[in-house]
Design a protein around this ligand. Structure first.
Ligand code: 5GP
Length: 188
């Protein structure tokens, strides 16, 4: 049993062990910083935050609650990840609609890895003619990035690690950990 002041330094999610990478306190500071930047840049506007499910649901809700400007939220869902490898093909599962037209959209993503998912979303989004599009992502794996879009609000650059927690899963599990953990390959 873990009490409120303790956090496990090592967790098991399904068959894998993970060790603590980023505390929820640090996560909170990062999200606050992103919210302050968005408040400043979107002053006088009412942006539509567009979270990418499933992973971004926690980051999107934290970010939304820290924003002081009026804003709205919607979600889109893609599938690209299988187990621990980024898939080559990205399929849209649930989507966008006409409410996008003329809006200032802020895409809210938990993690950008190869960038393939975001590239697909940016392409799809264009068809709905938003007034503007920017990207807020919590983690960015710069070394894995293969695309060429700009990330306007980047919480944290991380190496090519596999991480879970704070909405990120391993095979559907582990999203509920408030801290972020990296795969511990020393003792699997
Ligand atoms: P991309 O299309 O940029 O390669 O991958 C983006 C998606 O892959 C993210 O939305 C996320 O769901 C998943 N992903 C990428 N890296 C990781 C990771 O380290 N851990 C987890 N749990 N998911 C990841």
């Amino acid at each position: 049993m873990v009490t409120s002041n303790e956090k496990p330094s090592r967790i098991k999610v399904r068959d894998k062990f993970f060790r603590l990478y980023l505390s929820k306190e640090k996560i909170d500071e990062i999200v606050s910083g992103i919210a302050r930047s968005i408040d400043r840049d979107y002053s006088g506007k009412t942006p539509l935050c567009l979270g990418i499910l499933n992973g971004a649901f926690i980051f999107a809700s934290d970010l939304m609650r820290k924003l002081q400007i009026p804003c709205e939220i919607s979600f889109v869902k893609y599938s690209s990840y299988h187990g621990m490898e980024s898939g080559e093909k990205v399929n849209r599962l649930i989507g966008l609609n006409e409410t996008i037209r003329g809006r200032d959209v802020i895409i809210v993503e938990d993690i950008v890895d190869t960038g393939l998912t975001m590239t697909k979303l940016l392409y799809d989004l264009k068809q709905y003619q938003p007034a503007s599009v920017s990207i807020a992502c919590f983690c960015f794996k710069k070394e894995a990035f293969r695309e060429n879009f700009k990330i306007d609000y980047c919480g944290l650059e991380i190496p090519k690690l596999f991480v879970v927690g704070y909405g990120l899963d391993y095979d559907g599990a582990g999203r509920n950990f408030p801290d972020i953990y990296q795969l511990d390959e020393t003792d699997q």
